[in-house]
Design a protein around this ligand. Structure first.
Ligand code: ZN
Length: 171
């Protein structure tokens, strides 16, 4: 299993921590030093889970950021903890769908769904060339028992629908 240090935390998630919590490298290290005083027995991984949860709280209602955060949590769980991150993949997909459906409400075009598969996920690749109506429950179709990976980099996209002649369909 890969080691996880405060340097890794910054390299992997610095952008998100800057956007959501206002951290730069220096303030992150100060925050971590404070945490170590209060929680001397805790690891950097414990600290990172605390940061993920703070970022989720601070970005409540921002489905795009929440989708990225849950995706990062899935990868973190798989790579640094050697455990399945599938539940976080599901939450990430759900946040993506929520974002697509909210955007759809203000769109004049007909939006449909498409899977952008992780190249190493045969299950998601089997759905690659299909389009789905926007109300399709792609969350349970994607991150289910047919996917045998601890985490996936699959994504759900919302695309404007075209008719057989290639014209964009309006609502
Ligand atoms: Zn998969």
């Amino acid at each position: 299993m890969k080691t996880f240090t405060i340097k890794t935390a910054w390299n992997q998630y610095g952008q998100l921590m800057g956007n959501v919590l206002g951290h730069d490298r220096e303030s992150l290290e100060q925050d971590h030093a404070q945490y170590q005083i209060v929680q001397p027995a805790a690891s950097v991984k414990d600290y990172m889970w605390g940061l993920f949860n703070r970022m989720l709280l601070e970005s409540a209602g921002d489905f795009h950021t929440q989708s990225m955060l849950y995706h990062c949590m899935a990868v973190f769980r798989g790579i640094y903890e050697g455990k399945s991150g599938k539940q976080y993949n599901q939450l990430s997909h759900q946040a993506s769908l929520d974002k697509i459906r909210i955007d759809n409400e203000s769109s004049r075009l007909v939006i449909e769904l498409k899977v952008s598969p992780d190249p190493d996920c045969p299950h998601a690749k089997s759905m690659e060339n299909k389009r789905f109506p926007i109300e399709t429950d792609l969350v349970s179709m994607l991150a289910n028992e047919s996917c045998h990976r601890d985490f996936c980099r699959c994504n759900i996209l919302g695309l404007a629908k075209r008719d057989e002649d290639g014209n964009l369909l309006k609502k």
